[in-house]
Design a protein around this ligand. Structure first.
Ligand SMILES: Nc1ncnc2c1ncn2[C@@H]1O[C@H](COP(=O)(O)OP(=O)(O)O)[C@@H](O)[C@H]1O
Ligand SMILES: O=C(OP(=O)(O)O)[C@H](O)COP(=O)(O)O
Length: 392
C-alpha cells in the first residue's frame, strides 16, 4: 500500500484519534463476535507501546444521528478491555471538553468514544462535526477497513483536518486484496448475500465484469425473483432495482446463478411454519429466509470448481438455526475448496460471525473485516477512507 502508515508517524506522547470498525454483532448487551475488535489490537498496541494517547472511535449499527442506548459502545468497551488487558475509559460522548480531559488522564490505557452515528454530522461528513472531532487531537489513524467505503466525518472529514495515516489492519487488508486481485486465478467465483440489499445491488454489474460466476443468495435474490415475475410473498425486495435486475439477469446468462429453492416462513422466528419451496412456488404472505438444499448443491458445485472465491453476505438469517443451513452449506463448500488450494476471501461483519459460529474460520483463506468495503475494492472502486490518506 502506498499510503502513509502509522509506523511512519512519530506518535510518542501524541493524542491520536483512531477510527476503528467496532461495528460488531451485540446480543443482550454482549458482543457475540469480536473479530473486528481483535483485528484492531495490533494498531492499538503499537500506539501504546510508543507512548501515544489513543482515543478510538467507531460506529455501531445504524442509529439515526441521535443517541440510542441500543447502539451504545458500552458492550464493546467491556470486550475491548478484556482483550487488550489495559484499562478502557469509555466516554458517553464523542466530542466536547470531556474528550480532551480524558486524554490528559490516560496512563497506559485507551479512551473509547461513543458511537459516531449518534451525531447527524457523521454520515453527512459535516465540516463542523469533523472540526469538533479533530479538535482535541494531534494525529489521526484510520484502521477501519470495514468502513473505508463510507465518506463520513470519522473516515474522511477528520483525515482532512489532522496529519493522517493508515493503521496496521487497514494496510494488511488492502495489501492482501491487492495480492489476490492483481491476477486472480480463474475460475473466480463471487458469492453475494446478506441484507444490505440497496447498498450491494449496485455492485453486481461490476462484479459480473470481474468474476466468472456470481452466486446470489440472502435477501438479495428476491429482487431478482420478483423481476422474473415470481411471487415472493413478504420477502425483502428493492422495488427500485427491478428493471436493472431483469436486465442483468438477461445479460449475464449462466454467469449469474440464483437459488432454485428457498426456505420460507411466516416470520423471522425459529418455529414460524418453516417450509422449503421452489422459487416459483413461494406462497403469498411468507418470507424467504434461506436458500434451500437444492440451491446449496448448485452453489457447492460452482464453488468446488473455483480457484478464487470471494464471499460477502450470509445466505439466510443464520442467527436462527432454522434458516442457517444455506450459509452452513456454502461455508463448508468454501472451506473444502480452500483446503483444496483455492484462494478464498470472506468479508463482512455477519459473514465472518457466521463462519466463526460454524467453527470454520481456520479453514478459510483470508477473513476480511470488511464486507461492503472489500466488495467495492474488488469492483475496482477507490475507497474514500483510503483515498483521503496521504501517500508515503
Ligand atoms: N433472506 C433474508 N431475509 C432477511 N435477512 C437476511 C436474509 N438473508 C440474510 N439476512 C441477514 O443478513 C444479515 C447480514 O447482512 P450484511 O450486513 O449484508 O452482511 P455482512 O455483515 O456480512 O456484510 C444477517 O443478519 C442475516 O440475518
Ligand atoms: O459492517 C459493516 O459493513 P459490512 O456489513 O458490509 O461488513 C461496516 O461496519 C459498515 O457499516 P455500514 O454498512 O452500516 O456503513
Amino acid at each position: 500500500m502506498n499510503k502513509k502508515s502509522v509506523r511512519d508517524l512519530d506518535v510518542g506522547d501524541k493524542r491520536v484519534l483512531v477510527r476503528v470498525d467496532f461495528n460488531v454483532p451485540v446480543k443482550d448487551g454482549e458482543v457475540t463476535d469480536d473479530t473486528r475488535i481483535r483485528r484492531a489490537l495490533p494498531t492499538i498496541q503499537h500506539l501504546l507501546s510508543e507512548g501515544a494517547r489513543p482515543a478510538l472511535i467507531s460506529h455501531l449499527g445504524r442509529p439515526k444521528g441521535e443517541p440510542d442506548p441500543k447502539y451504545s459502545m458500552d458492550p464493546v468497551a467491556r470486550r475491548l478491555e478484556e482483550l487488550l488487558g489495559e484499562p478502557v475509559k469509555k466516554l458517553d460522548t464523542a466530542v466536547g471538553p470531556e474528550v480532551g480531559e480524558a486524554l490528559e488522564g490516560t496512563g497506559g490505557g485507551v479512551v473509547l468514544l461513543e458511537n459516531s452515528r449518534f451525531y447527524a454530522g457523521e454520515t453527512k461528513n459535516d465540516a463542523g462535526f469533523s472540526e469538533e472531532l479533530a479538535g482535541p487531537f494531534d494525529l489521526y489513524v484510520n484502521d477501519a477497513f470495514g468502513a473505508a467505503h463510507r465518506a463520513h466525518a470519522t473516515t474522511v472529514g477528520v483525515a482532512e483536518r489532522l496529519p493522517a495515516a493508515a493503521g496496521l489492519l487497514m494496510e494488511a487488508e488492502i495489501d492482501y486484496l491487492d495480492g489476490v486481485l492483481q491476477d486472480p486465478e480463474r475460475p473466480f467465483v463471487a458469492i453475494l448475500g446478506g441484507v444490505k440489499v440497496s447498498d450491494k445491488l449496485g455492485v453486481i454489474e461490476s462484479l459480473l465484469g470481474v468474476a466468472d460466476s456470481l452466486l446470489i443468495g440472502g435477501a438479495m435474490c428476491f429482487t431478482f425473483f420478483k423481476a422474473q415475475g415470481y411471487e415472493i410473498g413478504n420477502s425483502l425486495v428493492e422495488e427500485d432495482y427491478m428493471q436493472e435486475a431483469k436486465r442483468l439477469t438477461d445479460e449475464a446468462g449462466e454467469r449469474l446463478v440464483l437459488p432454485t429453492d428457498v426456505v420460507v416462513a411466516d416470520a423471522m422466528e425459529e418455529d414460524a411454519g418453516t417450509q422449503t419451496v421452489p422459487v416459483s412456488g413461494i406462497p403469498s404472505g411468507k418470507m424467504g429466509l434461506d436458500i434451500g438444499p437444492e440451491s446449496v448443491e448448485v452453489f457447492r458445485d460452482k464453488i468446488s470448481g473455483a480457484k478464487t472465491i470471494f464471499w460477502n453476505g450470509p445466505m439466510g438469517v443464520f442467527e436462527i438455526d432454522a434458516f442457517a443451513k444455506g450459509t452452513e452449506g456454502v461455508a463448508k463448500a468454501v472451506a473444502e475448496a480452500s483446503g483444496g488450494g483455492a484462494t478464498s476471501v470472506i468479508g463482512g461483519g455477519d459473514s465472518v460471525a457466521a463462519v466463526n459460529k460454524l467453527g470454520l474460520d481456520d479453514q478459510m483463506g483470508h477473513i476480511s473485516t470488511g464486507g461492503g468495503a472489500s466488495l467495492e475494492y474488488v469492483e475496482g472502486k477507490e475507497l474514500p477512507g483510503v483515498a483521503v490518506l496521504p501517500d508515503r
